[in-house]
Design a protein around this ligand. Sequence first.
Ligand SMILES: [Zn+2]
Length: 257
Amino acid sequence: MASLITALRDLVARGRGVVQQFTARPPDSASDPETAELVRRAREAHTAGRRDEEAVLLHEAGRTELAHGRPASALGYFRAVLRLDRDFLPALVALGEAYEAAGDRREAVRAWERAAETHPALPLLTRLERAYREEGRPSRMIAVYQDAVARAGNDLALAVALGRVYLELEMLDEAADQLEKVEVRAPDLPLVHAYLGAVFERRGETRAAFEEYRRALRLGHAFEWPHVCAACGAAAAGWRERCERCRAWNTVHPARG
Ligand SMILES: [Zn+2]
């Protein structure tokens, strides 16, 4: 009985995905004045051959549609952005968010999974992590981070995130190994020492835990991975699709540590 219900639910979810594909309005029939203006400017950019600007304007149009509760329309814009620039991370993230807002969790997860295969980036992984956690699939959480770390070996932010996931799943030895590997390469990150403190505390190693917490606090209170804008160098507490200082899109990346 339970499997029948699951099968039916899958069918409904798939059907909804198909319906959305056909009902997603093309990016030239905007009814919202704000969206229409963004689309008009996007067309100008297109005519002038400014593809980067066109992508950003279409992304903003998608964001506007999403904010106004029109996820199906937003999907059309985000897809158009990715046809112009398949590396535009904000649209890869937003595509899944639009599916999720449309009530299609399965397609949201698929969109983020596909994106993470080519772009092992933290904002995609944290969204997948949340979805897997809610679905009670911890092994998928680990797999997706291990895969990303294997493909983006230099990204310490990802390496720390894998350590955090191990910790959360009480895989304390794996967590300690992973975080100590990061510590060798970036000894002064408060985040790493805070997590190590938590690992030692759960293992009952109170003295070592205290030592790590003390180091974490001495180093600062930044318990988010530090990010930095590649365009203007501004620091940010975490990933943003747009730099808060210079307003550039898709330029905020994890700092090297
Ligand atoms: Zn900037």
